[in-house]
Design a protein around this ligand. Sequence first.
Ligand SMILES: Cc1cc2nc3c(=O)[nH]c(=O)nc-3n(C[C@H](O)[C@H](O)[C@H](O)COP(=O)(O)OP(=O)(O)OC[C@H]3O[C@@H](n4cnc5c(N)ncnc54)[C@H](O)[C@@H]3O)c2cc1C
Ligand SMILES: NC(=O)c1ccc[n+]([C@@H]2O[C@H](COP(=O)([O-])OP(=O)(O)OC[C@H]3O[C@@H](n4cnc5c(N)ncnc54)[C@H](O)[C@@H]3O)[C@@H](O)[C@H]2O)c1
Length: 472
Amino acid sequence: MKRIKTDVLVIGAGSGGLSVAAGAVQMGADVVMLEGHEMGGDCLNYGCVPSKALLASAKVAYGQRHGAAFGVENAPGAVDYAAAKDHVQQIIAKIAPVDSKARFEGLGVNVIREYGRFISESEVQAGDTIITARRIVIATGSSPLVPPIKGLADVPYETNETLFDLRVKPEHLLIIGGGPIGIEMAQAHRRMGCEVTVIEGDRALGKDDPELAALLLQSLRDEGVVIEEGATAAEIRGKAGAIEVEAGDGRVFKGSHLLVAVGRKTNTERLDLDKAGVETVKGSIKVDASLRSSNRRVYAIGDVTGGMQFTHVAAYQAGVILRSMLFSLPSRAKTRHIPWATYTAPELAQVGLTEAQARDTHGEKLEVVRFAYDENDRAIAERKSEGLIKLMVVKGRPVGASIYGHQAGELISLWSLALANGLKMRQIAAMVAPYPSYGEINKRAAGAYFSPRLFDSALVKKAVRLVQRLLP
Ligand SMILES: Cc1cc2nc3c(=O)[nH]c(=O)nc-3n(C[C@H](O)[C@H](O)[C@H](O)COP(=O)(O)OP(=O)(O)OC[C@H]3O[C@@H](n4cnc5c(N)ncnc54)[C@H](O)[C@@H]3O)c2cc1C
Ligand SMILES: NC(=O)c1ccc[n+]([C@@H]2O[C@H](COP(=O)([O-])OP(=O)(O)OC[C@H]3O[C@@H](n4cnc5c(N)ncnc54)[C@H](O)[C@@H]3O)[C@@H](O)[C@H]2O)c1
């Protein structure tokens, strides 16, 4: 058995682990990083990157079929599904070097391609190596949850770990789960020429603002995606090419393929957490505000903590723990400025409180400002004028933003900045956005907060009249 001593041991080379390792080593720490499977984790190999690449293929196919309004002849937009999957793999391969063992070794990280498991409070075994570390970071991510639905184990099904390898186009894709995975993959497959039925037990996109989620769901239904809500999958029957999903209320959905997208389970089972005294809550590693576990040497970040499960959250949390691990400075993770987006067309994005949450928290003090995309000239010019931004404002400061429309995932960043820094609406309104840009939507929405104060105020009108009379 080999023995290594290090300052920082990172378990898992996905979005969170890679960010910690890169930051720690470049600031002078000795770093060992373990990865039992693919460098880059879920995001690169089975998550964000392949899903956005497939959506890009779908967008191109859709664009070909809908050129006429722009004066470009409609084309069949015929899709070679296997070639689209080649495109997905090419995109993964293009990004992979950034997350690779070679790059991290180049930075000075000792990368060991083995699964790690605790053997004591400060030691982890990975293959034939025992690593003793001052600080240990668990960044082992999550895997698709496959619930014990009757019959599921006896039929072929896809998860996000297999879908991007499927090369034969599904004739009719059944998707259990109307969360972001289900909805993004529903639009991608519909636009690539598949029949698609989403079977959602509750409300699809249930974490988003219901008004804006409903607009997106209607738009997907208009494209031909069948979305059945309040339909909990209770039994599954059939064989390859002919699958049936029966909902608890007796509704039966038939298709050729099945995607299970009903949430995640954390990757903790290989870690032997009990040997390290690291506690879990409902399977997720229990952490305090500084992302420390019940063992003070051990931090946990990313999906394995069971909070907001996004790549940018894992990366943000990496920054939070670097401050405390390397400099022993106090550092707390916050969530109120963390945005998310669903990358359908149009997109749906959220940061801070939704309208309902803001009303619960702030009651009568809440003002909701709305601005529609159809007043934005760029959106009109590009026929992308379906969309709406809602701002939740309390005493002149935004507490949340919800956006549905083209580039909502880009526009939301400004509101994350505002929430992160406690900016006032006045400061946002002071920004100038170039004309004609989608960015003007943010500026106009901020302006809409002031319009009634300026244009409907008797006091303002009186003041203007007075000043005008006094002017030479
Ligand atoms: C289909 C899909 C689409 C998504 N799209 C988006 C998106 O558009 N935007 C977004 O922000 N997020 C998206 N996500 C979520 C995002 O992928 C995750 O939030 C992110 O990858 C979490 O990072 P992580 O570091 O916690 O885990 P991961 O990136 O999963 O990395 C964990 C790593 O740890 C390794 N590991 C596990 N156990 C051990 C062990 N014992 N020893 C050593 N190594 C171990 C695993 O092999 C893995 O490589 C998507 C997810 C899916 C499934
Ligand atoms: N664009 C993005 O940022 C993006 C994209 C995809 C995934 N993700 C991340 O991955 C995570 C997992 O995504 P997800 O969509 O799998 O999970 P999710 O938890 O967000 O949604 C799962 C959905 O499945 C439903 N469901 C559960 N059991 C069911 C059953 N038996 N029958 C019918 N419906 C059932 C739930 O009601 C829920 O709406 C997300 O929470 C998100 O953090 C992010």
